[in-house]
Design a protein around this ligand. Structure first.
Ligand SMILES: N[C@@H](CCC(=O)N[C@@H](CS)C(=O)NCC(=O)O)C(=O)O
Length: 206
């Protein structure tokens, strides 16, 4: 059976849990990271030498990097659903998966950590404001893309919606000033209609 290591309030772990639930995959979950430790234990480091979560084991395959795990689960168990069969259609969402990690994650982190993870005395509100402005600019591009089709994956929900969908929950939950973005908001409303999203992603941020 699929085994997933990682604390459930991690955005990167949420991606994997959400994908598994969309696919109706039975899985065993083990808390790791943050207050749970584990990630620096030698046994865990043999699975994931980075000492980070998530990490999964499936049919003898050990895999880390959340987007790679989502792609693997989609390709193996979600052909035609999470994994669009047409390479051109698949690429529409695939690019947003990388974009979420390489363009959006860093400024988002400055907002999230300074509002949610750090105590008031540790916060850098200058970095938070800068991150907020950058995220707003980046999400305007997402809003523009979603004006043309209902999902980041195109006409149907697929794996391409998963990484940014996990960030979106925190974005809409945090006490921040958000610019109106009707297409982004409509996409987020569509995600909230998905039981797997509610179960895996819409859980306490702290
Ligand atoms: N690029 C990696 C990043 C993994 C990562 O940074 N995970 C964080 C949680 S979101 C982590 O393990 N932090 C240390 C901890 O939780 O102990 C991925 O997408 O899986």
């Amino acid at each position: 059976m699929l085994k997933i290591w990682g604390r459930l309030n991690s955005t990167n772990v949420k991606k994997v849990i959400w994908a598994a639930r969309e696919l109706n995959l039975p899985y065993e979950h083990a808390n790791a990271g943050g207050p749970f430790g584990i990630v620096n234990e030698p046994a865990y480091r043999t699975l994931n030498p980075n000492g980070l979560v998530p990490c999964v084991e499936d049919e003898g395959l050990v895999l880390w990097e959340s987007n790679a795990v989502v792609r693997y689960l989609a390709a193996r168990y979600g052909a035609g659903t999470l994994w669009p069969q047409d390479p051109a259609v698949r690429a529409i969402g695939d690019k947003w998966m990388d974009w979420a990690s390489t363009s959006f994650a860093a400024p988002f982190r400055d907002v999230f950590w300074n509002l949610v993870r750090l105590g008031p005395e540790q916060r850098n509100m200058g970095a938070m404001e800068k991150g907020l402005a950058a995220c707003t600019d980046l999400l305007a591009r997402v809003d523009a893309a979603l004006a043309h089709h209902p999902y980041l994956s195109g006409d149907a929900f697929a794996m391409g919606d998963i990484p940014l969908g996990c960030f979106a929950y925190a974005w809409f939950e945090m006490p921040i000033a958000r610019q109106p973005m009707p297409h982004l908001e409509a996409w987020y409303a569509r995600l909230k209609d998905r039981p797997a999203y509610r179960d895996a992603v819409m859980t306490p941020l702290t």
